[in-house]
Design a protein around this ligand. Structure first.
Ligand SMILES: CC(=O)N[C@H]1[C@@H](OP(=O)(O)O)O[C@H](CO)[C@@H](O)[C@@H]1O
Ligand SMILES: [Mg+2]
Length: 543
């Protein structure tokens, strides 16, 4: 095709290392930054095709989220701000893996399969995180877009959820600025909190660990819109430390300890973002120095309880459901089902699965235990809420509830989990309900748990079923896990191959930390022995 002449020329400037194979994984491509230039160029090309196909603006985000600073990655964003459709993930892998001389063929193949009208206009928007490699990698994306004769707009440094939101706005309102994003979310926050009770616990400042990343920069920008209604003390703002190094949401969740670089007093409310600010976890230490983590499960519980109460108070008939993965703490599932009488759905790991499951309800609250999540309102539910909020003839009590609910809808970034918007929502709920972080923590007590990783020769030998909660192959592994679990009280364990790292993940929970650690270790030995472990045999954990 004539359109591809320029691609042929330019692609030589972005050569693919021969033989390198990459997969569009759970959250896009992710690997060491030096292997990604050709991938970025090609994702620029693919974004143009996707834009032509959908006749909409498509987003390309350059980030590797919580990975180390030297890694990078790229995620594609579909027209309504959601993650790119599954078939296009496959095209992405196909295009990224085509050897240099196969590139045009591969491109043509996608054009044919998708019957793309190449004369259709395309528009691509691009954003990036603060990694040193991100700027030049985003230039490779621009090159890809331009050599198919298309336009791009560079949003520069933005969080992943901000770019998702920009894509959504471009395709619904025709324009989008970061200022719109800050105004919309901060106004909803201010409306929600303006009449909140003055409560000693809720008044204190919030300590934020910015993971030395983009979230820190963008929090500073957001702060200017908050009229001092939220006092933020920002740590790990990127001025000295390394991105995600000994800090950030992933570190805090997996290590179950505070990040370095934060100065927290007993009982102070703290939170951590991850490297692209699409995850958040909260924590505090109590007077005996004990660290308390309030992860995605606790966040989901706080938010769904709040929404459910407001919906009831407003007299609306809307079903609130929670969507979790197997990593959700068993106590949270029990609390939601038994105490809150809510429908709880369990999906496979990866937010796209949770997002799709949440779309099936009037109000779907979805969170991964690691702190990535948001709330989805069906179009009809949102419409009902907005209409009732405008209605003049309702009681004062209902009016109060519906206005809170209406502002809550406006505060939520429904396109994807968003650390900034989730943070404002949590802060608003705590303020409105006059709750401190300990009150929130006391809603239920987490079962002690442990996550481990085991390296095996080929993690694909492990296949799972029942939303990854049971192993199908290799033979005997599930039976071994069942036997080990039966030795402990309130125990649960499962294993699955990671979608982002070359490891098998082990999860265990039980009535005590000792039991959870012992179970996790025994299950990792079973994996090592039955699924082709490599390297040293897993050792017991030292407490
Ligand atoms: C246990 C865990 O936290 N897994 C993470 C991790 O996936 P794995 O497939 O487990 O590597 O990265 C995903 C992308 O960020 C995230 O969606 C998921 O929750
Ligand atoms: Mg992230």
């Amino acid at each position: 095709m004539a359109e591809f002449e320029e691609v042929s020329r330019k692609s030589k400037l972005h050569p693919k290392p021969t033989g390198l194979k990459l997969q569009y994984g759970t959250a896009g491509f992710r690997t060491t930054a030096k292997h990604l230039d050709h991938v970025m160029f090609r994702m620029g090309l693919l974004a143009v095709l996707r834009s032509k196909k959908t006749r909409s603006t498509i987003g390309v985000m350059v980030t590797a989220s919580h990975n180390p600073e030297d890694d990078n990655g790229v995620k594609l964003i579909d027209p309504m701000g959601e993650m790119v459709a599954l078939t296009w993930e496959e095209y992405a892998s196909q295009l990224a893996n085509a050897e240099q001389e196969e590139l045009l063929h591969s491109l043509n193949d996608i054009v044919k399969k998708e019957t793309i009208d190449m004369s259709q206009e395309a528009r691509v928007i691009v954003g990036r995180d603060t990694r040193p490699s991100s700027e030049s990698l985003s230039r490779a994306v621009f090159d890809g877009v331009q050599c198919l004769g298309s336009h791009f707009h560079d949003y520069g440094l933005v969080t992943t959820p901000q770019l998702h939101y920009m894509v959504y706005c471009q395709n619904t309102q025709g324009s989008a600025t970061l200022e719109d994003y800050y105004k919309k979310h901060s106004q909803a926050f201010l409306h929600l909190t303006k009449n909140a009770p003055v409560h000693a616990n809720a008044q204190r400042r919030l300590l934020v660990d910015g993971a030395n990343g983009i979230g820190a920069l963008k929090l500073r920008e957001l702060e200017a819109f908050l009229q001092k209604q939220l006092l933020v003390a920002l740590f790990n703002d990127g001025s000295t430390g390394k991105l995600n190094h000994l800090c950030g949401a992933d570190y805090v969740k997996v290590q179950q300890k505070p990040p370095q670089g934060i100065q927290m007093e007993v009982g102070e409310r703290c939170c951590s973002f991850d490297g692209d600010a699409d995850r958040i976890v909260y924590y505090y230490t109590n007077s005996d120095g004990h660290f308390h983590l309030l992860d995605g499960d606790k966040i989901a519980t706080l938010i769904s309880t709040f929404l459910k109460e407001l919906i009831t108070e407003a007299g609306l008939d809307l079903q609130v459901a929670a969507v979790q993965t197997a990593y959700a703490n068993g106590s949270s599932t029990r609390f939601l089902e038994d105490t809150m009488k809510m429908t709880v759905v369990c999906t496979k790991t990866g937010v796209k699965h949770l997002h799709h499951a949440a779309q099936k309800f009037d109000v779907g609250v979805y969170f991964e235990a690691n702190g990535h999540g948001t709330v989805l309102f069906s179009r009809a539910a949102e419409e009902q809420i907005h209409q009732l909020a405008k209605s003049p003839d309702i009681t004062n009590e209902k009016k109060h509830a519906i206005q809170l609910l209406d502002n809550t809808v406006n505060l939520i970034n429904q396109t994807v989990g968003d650390a900034l918007s989730d943070m404002l929502l949590i802060e608003a709920v705590l303020a409105v309900r006059g709750m401190g972080v300990q009150d929130w923590d006391a809603m239920y007590t987490d079962l002690p748990n442990r996550q481990l990783k085991v390296k095996v020769a080929d993690r694909r030998v492990i296949s799972t079923t029942d939303a990854e909660r049971r192993v199908v192959s290799p033979a005997g592994l599930q039976e071994a896990i069942d036997k080990l679990v039966a030795k402990y009280q309130q125990a649960r364990s499962f294993v699955r191959p990671s979608g982002t790292e070359d490891v098998v993940r082990i999860y265990a929970e039980a009535d005590t930390q000792e039991s959870a650690d012992a179970l996790a270790h025994e299950v990792s030995l079973a994996v090592y022995n039955l699924a082709g472990g490599v390297g040293e045999e897993p050792k017991p954990l030292k407490l």
